[in-house]
Design a protein around this ligand. Structure first.
Ligand code: IMP
Ligand code: MG
Length: 184
């Protein structure tokens, strides 16, 4: 195992996606976005990162996009009222940009139940951007509770709890340069 994939403690059992695999996939995603015909009209492109989990992914992704773009952040909290089918999403940080003249790409760390992103996407679509797409680093389709899919998903994973590259467990492990499986 290379030094950049060293495991920090006993909760981190194995690296699921190594740092260089992430680098390759992020570069490919940046290239796809840069070459997407949707953005050939030269209108402003706004990348909206969902805090906090997307901050590392967004930082790398935006540097592999060759189009001019702006960056903004939103934050959302999910509440679960009793049963897991009663999900409620509160937007705790919103963007201030007027979206009517620009293309929006929502950048997320992981889609699990799909509740957060379906709500964020619904909200932003209501502000009439020229286009709205969603890119996610990770996707756990087996956990989906609402019908929601990203336009671009870099890695599909099984039903595991993962940390690293921006993703946390109780605010820890965000700075790991790889994606790892967390076990208690
Ligand atoms: P959703 O609304 O259920 O799709 O939840 C998505 C959010 O839950 C993500 O943006 C993450 O912040 C968090 N999340 C879901 N699965 C994981 C995981 O395996 N590790 C860390 N955070 C996760
Ligand atoms: Mg998130």
């Amino acid at each position: 195992m290379s030094e950049k994939n060293t495991l920090p403690d006993e909760h981190i059992k194995r690296v699921l996606i190594a740092a260089d695999e992430i680098t390759t996939a992020v570069a490919a995603a940046g290239k796809r976005i840069s070459e997407d015909e949707t953005y050939s009209d030269g209108k402003p492109l706004l990348l909206v990162g969902i805090l906090k989990g997307s901050f590392v992914f967004l930082a790398d992704l935006c540097r592999s996009i060759t189009l001019p773009c702006e960056i903004a952040f939103m934050a959302a909290k999910s509440y679960y009222g009793g049963t897991k089918s009663v999900g409620n999403v509160e937007i705790t940080l919103d963007i201030s940009q007027n979206l009517s003249g620009c293309h929006v790409v929502i950048v997320e760390d992981i889609i699990d139940s799909g509740r957060t992103l379906s709500e964020v996407a619904r909200l932003l679509r209501g502000r009439s951007p020229l286009s709205l797409k969603v890119v996610t680093l990770l996707d756990k389709p087996s956990r989906r509770e609402v019908d929601f899919n990203a336009d671009l998903s870099l890695f599909t994973i099984d039903d595991l709890f993962v940390v690293g590259y921006g993703l946390d467990c109780a605010e820890k492990y965000r700075n790991l340069p790889y994606i790892a499986e967390y076990t208690t």
